[in-house]
Design a protein around this ligand. Sequence first.
Ligand SMILES: Nc1ncnc2c1ncn2[C@@H]1O[C@H](COP(=O)(O)OP(=O)(O)O)[C@@H](O)[C@H]1O
Ligand SMILES: [Mg+2]
Length: 228
Amino acid sequence: MTDLERVKTGIPGLDSIISGGIPRDNLVVISGDPGSGKTILCMEFIYEGVTKFNEPGVFVSLEESKEEIIKIADLFGWDFETLIKEKKIEIVTIDLYDFDQLKDIIEDTISRVKAKRIVIDPGVIFRLYFSKELEARKKILELGRMLKESGCTSIITNESSSNTNDLFGLEEYVADGVIIMFHKRIKEKFERSIAVIKMRGTKISEKTHPLVITKSGLDVLSKQEMYG
Ligand SMILES: Nc1ncnc2c1ncn2[C@@H]1O[C@H](COP(=O)(O)OP(=O)(O)O)[C@@H](O)[C@H]1O
Ligand SMILES: [Mg+2]
């Protein structure tokens, strides 16, 4: 029996709960509470890809500016600035809410940096591009399919606690994997955790695992259970 080719996220503890990594070229949606670590996860996925696996990456940031992403990454010791100069990472931001243009820019950027990894954070901002629900649904599914054919392993994030909290069926119909990140009050303090809901062709941990953010990034406590 052969296993699928897998892309290691490089995030400590995460790969071991998804049988070694995300199947190559798959699209994963990460839904999570505010402050649960979605943006940091995206940065780490891109940084690890470039530095450990020689896979160039594209970071589509729809919330933070390029400068903010560089500054936050730097706090974890991830030197995005140098990697951008070396053309191994490109950060894409767009202030004009033009979906078709964004799609073209993403495609061009992927081919320019020969990207093997891409993140779109937070994907849920796409909702703002459309006034009509049906059009939004069509376009977002189209973007998801484009990413799956792009030669990249992709992550799109989603804010799970907003009241506009879905990506129009992207999770159910197009995404190969779904991960949920929690930031919830347990007794007197807020705690972070992570659970893998689905990952095509992959044996996954059925548990919710604690997640901590340290000065070197995320750490999924794969041997511990949140509600065990
Ligand atoms: N070095 C650090 N140590 C512990 N927590 C941190 C550190 N740096 C950032 N954080 C926490 O991470 C949170 C942000 O995570 P982020 O990935 O932006 O969340 P999300 O994108 O899910 O809203 C911050 O609110 C902060 O509390
Ligand atoms: Mg974020």
